[in-house]
Design a protein around this ligand. Structure first.
Ligand code: GAL
Length: 671
């Protein structure tokens, strides 16, 4: 077991930035805040190996012993995300090269090429040394490999590895030429050596080339992770290994695929919006992480590995979180299956690039609002130890890294279509309407889901099309949004009318796209509006749910519904505004016989239910600045009081109810 039953609470801890006197104070403060787990050593390479092959572990020995004596467990990190200056100077060929061919220099972090042999062997060496030293240290509960794999490189090492990867994937150049449609613009390759990484070029790049580079690079980073993992497992087979996922459009990692290679899915989450957006994003990330965790080899639990205690970072400004918001965000993650809440970082640095990043112990020290809230959070998490089980969800949202990457290619009819934004829009609508949802990868088992949503699932290979078709055929409800089904696994367009692979199941044939300009809207006959995209849709069996109103598409179908087998398939050819989308998904969910998690919860109160054969727990999070009364029954674990009819949540307040379940005799029993 990688945890000791308690929820994980703590964060990145950087003792290498502080003199030893501070370490003792840190442990005392951690005990006050009931911290259970800290990550140590993430960027400590130059302290651990000050010169090639010379290790300095004394300080870490002391730190781990102190933490252990204080009852605090450690996620011991390998420091390989930040090679020391001596490494970069000795191996300039291992420095990364940008898409424009510029070689980067040390002086920050993450400055290495993950395909460079010198980097890989130095990373293995320091990992092996760390593993040898600490494999049996009683404080070490978890290995955290590296930090947020996500760098990219276009150097010659990368190009060579890319060619090897392509040869493995395609076998011969004819197959590759066909997959990439290199007949276009004279791009035919007659020798493997002609293929480079997709560097900056005169005009639009080739979609197949761009897509395969992303896939290859995800595999390369994964191999870099896996070789460290294997070294750690070899000496410490009892200690699970993970790496913290970074999320964002730029990340070249297929997280679902990676999940099969970690013992525990760990994600970092830093919302980028302030008003309500942070809560919507938090809910989505929790659902994504849980979806990835279902692929993980050992344990379907996941962990919020990093989050910011006190700030929300938006472009150009750090917003200070209001009192209580850190607790609410943390519980939103725990509600969605995170085995705790971890932060970046424990103590705010006195200098360095992130000197103003927030921390549980801020620059002001422990006599601060943030630290008092940290102490409160520790106490709250202790009260939630009993919570377990799956999250109630009857809606599945499909997520696919390849679709996301392909929709960012140049040359699409609109630069505004984005798989993740489509996913977020659908999730937001479901979240506001109060439905629990899981994210799924194409091909995953869909038993138990009554509604499957495909948010611009642009790349739909034949197996995925069959997966969708079979789901609807046997009675499932499907809602597909525009561009789903349009391309094949190589991003080649499926001919004969959009949405390509899904025409039969959706009962429509789309003839033309009408991408909309920024700020433009199309009106819908039901009173709603559409943004970003519109289409000329011809029903070929589907009924029209609503039409476009006005403009060139006046009277033509905008949203349709089709019976296929014993199921129903909705098609949405535009991006409905939030209210319309919410109404639409509400109708689709009700038609699929799905109820909201807490049908009587007032607007602005998030409800998430965890279910286990031995119990049921309802998380209620009031995201509004008014008190909210929620009809519910059970024992509030936070206040240790009985709730008979309703709980009143103060502004920004939370409750976690151990629900009463009806017993066989019809009476209610507390679980
Ligand atoms: C994370 C990273 C941390 C820290 C944090 C600041 O992405 O893992 O090391 O940089 O961002 O927001």
């Amino acid at each position: 077991m990688w945890h000791d039953g308690r929820l994980c609470y703590g964060g990145d801890y950087n003792p290498e930035q502080w003199p030893a006197e501070v370490w003792a104070e840190d442990v005392a403060l951690m005990r006050r805040a009931r911290v259970t787990l800290v990550t140590v050593g993430v960027f400590a390479w130059s302290r651990l190996e000050p010169a090639p092959g010379q290790y300095c572990f004394d300080w870490l020995d002391q730190v781990l012993d102190l933490l252990h004596d204080g009852g605090i467990r450690v996620a011991l990190a390998t420091p390989t995300a930040s090679p020391p200056p001596w490494f970069s100077l000795a191996h300039p060929g291992a420095l990364p090269v940008t898409v424009d061919g510029v070689r980067l220099h040390h002086g920050s972090r993450d400055t290495y090429c993950a395909a460079a042999p010198a980097y890989r062997s130095a990373a293995r060496r320091v990992t092996a040394a760390l593993a040898d030293r600490y494999a049996r240290h009683p404080a070490v509960a978890l290995w955290r490999v590296h930090n947020e794999y996500g760098t990219t490189c276009h150097c010659e090492h990368t190009a060579r590895a890319f060619r090897r990867w392509l040869a493995g994937r395609y076998g011969d150049l004819d197959t590759l030429n066909d997959a990439w449609v290199t007949s276009f613009w004279s791009q035919h390759y007659s020798d493997w050596a002609q293929i480079s990484t997709p560097r900056a070029t005169q005009y639009l790049g080739n979609p197949g080339h761009l897509l395969d580079f992303r896939r290859f690079w995800s595999d390369t980073l994964l191999a870099a992770y896996a070789e460290q993992r294997d070294l750690l497992r070899a000496v410490a087979p009892q200690t699970p290994v993970t790496t913290n996922y970074v999320l964002g459009d730029w990340v070249p990692v297929d997280h679902a695929r990676w999940a099969r290679e970690v013992d525990l899915v760990a994600v970092d989450h830093y919302p980028s919006a302030v008003d309500g957006g942070a809560e919507e994003q938090t809910a989505l990330v929790g659902d994504l992480a849980r979806g990835w965790a279902r692929h993980a080899a050992a344990d379907p639990t996941w962990l919020l590995m990093e989050s910011a205690p006190q700030q929300i970072h938006t472009t150009g400004r750090a917003h200070t979180k209001e009192p209580g918001r850190m607790l609410r965000h943390s519980l939103a993650h725990v509600a969605r299956g995170s085995h705790g809440a971890m932060f970046f970082q424990w103590r705010a640095s006195a200098g360095g690039a992130e000197r103003f990043h927030s921390a549980l112990v801020p620059h002001a020290g422990p006599d601060s609002r943030v630290f008092r809230e940290a102490v409160e959070l520790g106490a709250v998490l202790e009260r939630l130890t009993e919570v377990r089980g799956r999250v109630e969800a009857s809606v599945a949202l499909a997520v696919d890294a390849s679709s996301a990457w392909a929709l960012r290619h140049p040359g699409l009819p609109s630069t505004r279509v984005d798989h993740h934004e489509e996913l977020a829009a659908a999730h937001r609508a479901l979240w506001h309407a109060g439905y629990g949802c899981d994210t799924v990868a194409p091909g995953e088992a869909l038993d138990g889901y009554r509604l499957l949503v495909l948010p611009a699932l642009y790349l739909t290979d034949d197996a995925t099309a069959e997966w969708i078709r079979a789901y609807v055929h046997r009675g499932g409800h499907l809602l597909a949004t525009y561009l789903s089904g349009t391309a094949d696994a190589h991003a080649r367009i499926r001919l004969g009318g959009y949405p390509g692979a899904l025409r039969d199941v959706l009962g429509v044939r789309v003839e033309e796209f009408h991408p909309l300009a920024d700020g433009d809207e199309v009106r819908l006959a039901d009173g709603g509006t559409g943004r970003i995209w519109a289409e000329t849709v011809h029903p070929t069996g589907a009924e029209t749910v609503t039409t476009y109103a006005g403009g060139v598409l006046d009277g033509s179908p905008a949203i349709t519904r089709h019976r296929h087998g014993t199921g129903t398939a909705w098609y949405v050819s535009t991006r409905p505004d939030d209210t319309t989308y919410r109404r639409l998904l509400d109708s689709a969910a009700r038609a699929a016989d799905i109820a909201p998690v807490c049908p009587d919860a007032p607007a602005g109160v998030e409800a998430v239910r965890r279910l286990h054969p031995g119990g049921s727990w309802l998380f209620l999070l009031n995201h509004t600045d008014r008190a909210r009364r929620v009809p519910a029954r059970g024992r509030d674990l936070l206040t240790d009081t009985e709730v008979d009819e309703a709980v009143t949540l103060p502004p920004g307040g939370v409750a976690v109810l151990r629900e009463r379940l009806p017993s066989a005799t019809g009476d209610e029993t507390t679980t």
